[in-house]
Ligand binder design. Structure first.
Ligand code: FES
Length: 417
């Protein structure tokens, strides 16, 4: 998931960038393979049906073209980017080309040999994600036994003198652990902590009713975070990102469509945001068929929502459109069925009720979350397969895995363990 740390940089860059209309940001989603199965993953539901991954040569060309086009920030993401055995080659090329490069990882697959090679190759930054401060919840949410491994990886990151950026995606099932999460971050000597509330796309949108926290949970977590900030001062920089659903104005998603950000997927599609692939009526170009310059400047998909000519009311006549660009196209599509609608997070949208209804449902469901906590506790004493099977049948959560992806792509919405 694109992190708030990077989004902040991107938004700052966006101010400049919107003047020049060149992408500063290239996100290389080098693989959809992932050893984890997170229920809040933003990856597309049908990822398991996608074609062959780009080759090393393809990626080297993409990196070159991105740099020629003006990109300076490069994120390696996925899936889990460590699943690519050629990551060392890509990192070294990124350094040679002059990118500032960032590895966005779960940590699974990072050992001393690889991190030493990344350092040698010139990787600038590593962001490690945890699911929670407890082994039980971390392992449940990712459907793996990876908590101890992540602790080791966090220590390796420090040992190799990288700034420690710890990312924890928050939702109803872990937001009450914010105090412990911050303590864990302190123990791991994190310099940056991202408490990024789930953004509801992909698998997270599918599981939204199980994940969206209540307003009370959110307020408590923010208060704890503010107390912690006061105590640690500048030693730890904390980003606390509120879920869109509790805002009344939409986020300026991607700093505008085709303004700053360009993502390339594992199978070669170029996208103006990491979720755009599911939008109907747009044909996203492949880097196998076109160079990034044509894709960025001339492809119909990258021009579809550029500027404001596409906007309908209430965005069209809204003075705030220069700040928020009408919000998020993907969220507008997911919730209203039309990507050209105002993002329903905005309380000027006639469809804002879709958001407030979801919030109200979250309030009611959070009140019944005691049963969930008990179920999690039981999961700690079961083996992985049993835990997933039981969780799927009791909670109807969709874990991100190939079997569920194939079944969802085939139109069957039954989760499987
Ligand atoms: Fe696609 Fe916001 S995530 S425009």
């Amino acid at each position: 998931m694109l992190s708030s740390f990077w989004k902040t940089l991107m938004e700052k860059a966006g101010l400049e960038q919107n003047k020049t209309n060149l992408p500063l940001w290239l996100l290389a989603e080098v693989t959809y393979k992932c050893p984890l199965h997170c229920v809040y993953c933003y990856n597309p539901l049908d990822y398991a049906t996608y074609g062959k991954e780009l080759s090393t040569e393809d990626w080297l060309r993409v990196l070159r073209e991105g740099r020629e086009l003006g990109a300076t920030q490069l994120g390696f993401s996925g899936g889990e980017p460590l699943m690519r055995a050629d990551l060392e080659i890509l990192i070294a090329e990124a350094r040679r080309l002059g990118y500032y490069s960032n590895l966005i990882t779960s940590g699974v697959g990072l050992d001393e040999r690889r991190i030493a090679a990344f350092k040698e190759g010139g990787l600038d930054h590593i962001q490690v994600s945890f699911q929670d401060s407890t082994r039980e919840m971390n392992d449940f949410l990712s459907s793996t036994r990876t908590f101890d491994l992540k602790q080791k990886v966090a220590r390796l990151v420090k040992k190799y003198d990288y700034p420690m950026v710890l990312n924890v995606v928050l939702h109803r099932l872990n937001i009450d652990h914010v105090q412990q999460i911050l303590q864990m971050a302190e123990q791991l000597e994190a310099e940056y902590v991202e408490l990024a509330n789930t953004q509801y796309y992909g698998w997270a949108y599918l599981n939204r009713d199980r994940l969206l926290p209540s307003r009370e949970q959110l307020l408590r977590a923010e208060e704890i975070t503010n107390d912690f900030r006061q105590r640690v001062g500048n030693r730890v920089k904390i980003y606390f990102v509120v879920p869109d659903y509790y805002e009344t104005r939409p986020k300026p998603c991607m700093s505008g469509w085709g303004a700053v950000f360009l993502a390339v997927t594992a199978d070669g599609l170029a996208l103006p945001c990491h979720s755009a692939r599911m939008l109907p009526g747009l044909s996203f170009p492949s880097v196998r068929d076109h160079d990034l310059r044509w894709i960025w400047h001339d492809s119909p998909a990258f021009n579809a929502y550029r500027g404001d000519a596409w906007m309908k009311e209430p965005c069209r006549s809204c003075p705030e459109k220069v700040k928020d660009y009408g919000g998020c196209r993907c969220q507008a599509y997911l919730m209203t069925g039309d990507a050209a609608n105002a993002d329903p997070v905005c309380d000027k949208s006639p469809l804002h009720g879709l958001v407030t209804d979801a919030v109200e449902r979250a309030r009611k469901l959070a009140a019944g979350s005691e049963r969930e906590a008990q179920a999690r506790q039981r999961a700690a004493s079961e083996d992985e397969a049993q835990a997933r099977q039981r969780a799927a049948s009791e909670d109807a959560m969709f874990f991100r895995d190939d079997a569920n992806s194939l079944s969802l792509a085939g139109g069957k919405k039954q989760p499987s363990a």
